[in-house]
Write a protein that binds this ligand. Structure first.
Ligand code: DX5
Ligand code: ZN
Length: 225
């Protein structure tokens, strides 16, 4: 079953010198979740932010779900720290964990929602023995590491396949898409089955966050209506 549409602005494209204010602007503009990209200059060739910044956003008063996307290797050591810092969901790449099932259980044991992330070349077979334990399936529509890249069209076919698996499971699992989501691509991703849309460069730095977020939401909703 498809979940209500959520637009999740990625703070990778936010103004890091004014992060709290910029994230608050996105939330006030209708962001359902905040997407929090964690990069380690090892699993991906970029370096971003960690649990301290997640906690700082909570202390600043950001109360919407914080959707932590770990692009780091190894995964397990940092999970308790993100849970303590106020993460709502924690998603990781299966290639970055030696024991995927253990990592999923670990995330759950700290009270967070576990998600598995699929790179463009990562097969959905990783869901065969994990889907029943997940709350979130995140398909990357770009290679992870940077904002502002172009949506990879084969993601649509993969979204349809993931949607079928989720529907067959009968569980309320979100299907999230991340990378190159904007006014041109959001409707196709929604029609292919996504219900949760990460958008970094399409939202942050724009003149009117509220206008962009509601435009993305309307396009996604009308694609599935
Ligand atoms: C890329 C990140 C994305 C990124 C998306 O590795 O996971 O969340 O911020 O940025 P846009 O929306 O600009 O493609
Ligand atoms: Zn991301």
């Amino acid at each position: 079953m498809r979940q209500p549409i959520v637009i999740a602005p990625s703070i990778l494209s936010a103004d890091f010198a004014r992060l709290g204010d910029d994230v608050r602007k996105a939330v006030d503009g209708g962001a359902g979740w905040v997407h929090f990209d964690v990069m380690d200059n090892h699993y991906v060739p970029n370096l971003t932010i960690g649990p301290l910044v997640c906690k700082a956003l909570r202390d600043f008063g950001i109360s919407v779900p914080i959707d932590v996307h770990l692009m780091i290797e190894p995964v397990d050591r940092i999970v308790p720290e993100f849970a303590a810092a106020g993460a709502t969901s924690i998603s990781f790449h299966p290639e970055a964990s030696a024991h995927v099932d253990r990592t999923i259980q670990l995330i759950r044991s700290f009270g967070c929602s576990p998600g598995l992330v699929f790179n463009p070349a990562t097969p959905l077979e990783w869901l065969d023995w994990t889907l029943e334990h997940l709350d979130l399936v995140l398909l990357m529509s770009v290679n992870p590491g940077f904002g502002g890249q172009k949506f990879i069209p084969s993601t649509l076919q993969k979204l349809r396949a993931a949607r079928q698996r989720i529907d067959a499971s009968g569980r309320a699992i979100r299907l999230e898409v991340d990378g190159g989501i904007n006014a041109e691509t959001v409707a196709a991703a929604a029609a292919a089955g996504a219900d949760t849309f990460v958008a970094g460069s399409a939202v942050f730095g724009r003149a009117d966050y509220s206008a962009v977020i509601s435009d993305l939401r309307v396009r996604a909703e009308s694609a599935v209506a």
